[in-house]
Design a protein around this ligand. Sequence first.
Ligand code: NI
Length: 450
Amino acid sequence: MRFLKLLSLILTVALVTCLFSGCGSAKKDFKNAAEEFFVEFSAQKATAQNTQVLEFNKKAPYAINYLNIGNESVDKAVADYIDLKKTEFLTKAELEENKGNSLFVDFACYRAAENLIGVVVKTEQKTKDGALLSTDYKTFNFNLNSGKEITTELLSTKLRNKMSRHLNKYSEDKLGGEMIFDLNSKEISTAVLSENGLLVHINNFKNKVNIPYQDVARQISSDLRENLSITTINGQVIRDVDPTKPMVALTFDDGPSAKYTDKILDILEDYDSVATFFEVAANLKYAPDALRRAEQIGCEIGSHTTTHANLSKLDADGIRAELSKTNAEFERVLGHKPTLLRPPYGACNATVKQTCDQYLIGWSVDTLDWQSRNADKIINIVKSEKSLNGDVILMHSLYESTVQATEKLVPWLISEGYQLVTVSELIEYGYESDLTLGKYYSYNFFTGIE
Ligand code: NI
């Protein structure tokens, strides 16, 4: 009897110890696995706290970091998603479909602005032995003021196209052109707002590509731009352009003129319209205020060299010398150098293309205003075009007749259904094209005749 009692005691102790240590080591393994899983996003929590829930049981252990940014509806939206994942997982465990599998959930949080955050939630399931069963991701973008998700706001077609172009360039530069992107809305939804730009997750979340906000400033919504405090691109005020509406760019060369530039700006301002001015740097000193005013009302300032130089007659060094002098003067007066350059006389050759680090812009409708000095003739040339959609109209800031023609042309163009845009806007919205160095945007480009 005694012997049996002793034996049973020994057995019991042994069993309990075995169970306990077995349990203990499984629990320890699980804790280690969780710790390991949490490393990836540990440094990327922005200002969010994480609320950790570790639930160890043999059937369905899980370890979750919940977002806790202190905004009730935002924290809840993410928690709701996570809890859905958890419930699915636990339901399967109940049905004995995932015996002893474990669930891990963590998040990365990016703060794009005071009231804008991007969140990436990663969910992983592993077997009892630590083998990976599944990984999936979900992204969120929130406005903390409204407590609302704003991912849909990001899903515009124009942003999608722009991001595709950006990613294709990334692919060409970094991946040897291996991947070709034509983002659909599911793919674009892998983008989160981050500190420096839109962070796009590609290749099934294996790679992250940051698209700086300046590069997509025209494609994101005006609300978002405001929240991100983006108001200009290269000094040019960002305006709302309707990409579906016909558009035309008026351009005025050879100024600024102390006499006429302000008059042209008055007309543009009256009709809430803009134009592009290709200015000769040597003239900037005659009307620096008009130049700055032009930019303030959303017009674009391009370079037209310092002395109206024929760049095609210069060698590379000569071109560089002319342009560095030119840009210095623009920087002095405007605070930045122009991104566009119209070569005087439209004279552009291979050396000019290779040497200039500004976008080379020509025109498609020549009004010959300098020759005729006659408002009616200028107007007739413009009106005789079949369609002006996508056209760049060439005029000069130096003549009274040009001002008179502008006074009639601006309201006429608007009544014909055109919106007046800058050259950069025209290329970006009208042609859905990114400005490219080394290319001359001339008659052929704007008329589609190559
Ligand atoms: Ni000129």
